[in-house]
Design a binder for this molecule. Structure first.
Ligand code: SF4
Length: 148
C-alpha cells in the first residue's frame, strides 16, 4: 500500500497541477484544501523541491509551484521519487522487501511471481498517467473551491 507520505505528496502535486501557471500557491492553501498537516507538508514539499519537481519562493506572496509542466510528470515518477511501494505483498516490494511468516522459498512461490507481475503492470499503468490527465470521476480543484 502507498505510504501516507506518498499519498500526501500525490495530493499536493495534484493541487499544484490544478494551479499550474497561476503563480506561487501558499502552503496554507494546499494544507487546508488537501487536508495535509502543514508541518508534514513542508517536509514533503522540500523533498519534492530537492528532486526538481517543485519550486518555491519565500515571503508574503511566496509559495510553491510545479517546476515542470504537469504533462511532464507521471504518477509513476512521483511514486518512485517518494519511494512508494506498489507491491501487494512485502516480498514483491523493491524498496521495502520483507518475507512473510512461514515463507516458501521465493523462487518457488507462485504468489510472489503473480504479485511481481501485478506490481510491474501497476507501475506501467502509473507511468502512462500524467499529472495533467483528468481523473474523470473527480473534477480538478478550482480557486473558488477554497472559498466554500
Ligand atoms: S511465501 Fe511467497 S508471498 Fe510470502 S513472503 Fe514468501 S515468497 Fe513472498
Amino acid at each position: 500500500m502507498l505510504s501516507q507520505k506518498t499519498r500526501y505528496a500525490i495530493r499536493a502535486m495534484q493541487h499544484l497541477a490544478d494551479r499550474h501557471g497561476q503563480g506561487p500557491v501558499p502552503l496554507s492553501e494546499i494544507a487546508e484544501t488537501q487536508n495535509i498537516p502543514a508541518k508534514f507538508l513542508t517536509v514533503i514539499l522540500s523533498e519534492l523541491g530537492r528532486q526538481g519537481l517543485v519550486a518555491s519562493q519565500r515571503g508574503r506572496d511566496g509559495g510553491y509551484w510545479l517546476a515542470l509542466a504537469p504533462a511532464a510528470i507521471t504518477y509513476g515518477d512521483l511514486i518512485r521519487i517518494m519511494r512508494g511501494s506498489l507491491a501487494l505483498v512485502p516480498c514483491a516490494s523493491r524498496y521495502a522487501h520483507e518475507k512473510c511468516t512461514n515463507c516458501l522459498e521465493e523462487g518457488k512461490c507462485r504468489t510472489r511471481a503473480l504479485m511481481l507481475e501485478v506490481r510491474d503492470r501497476t507501475a506501467e499503468l502509473l507511468d502512462s498517467i500524467r499529472l495533467s490527465d483528468r481523473i474523470d470521476s473527480v473534477p480538478p480543484f478550482a480557486a473558488s473551491d477554497s472559498d466554500k
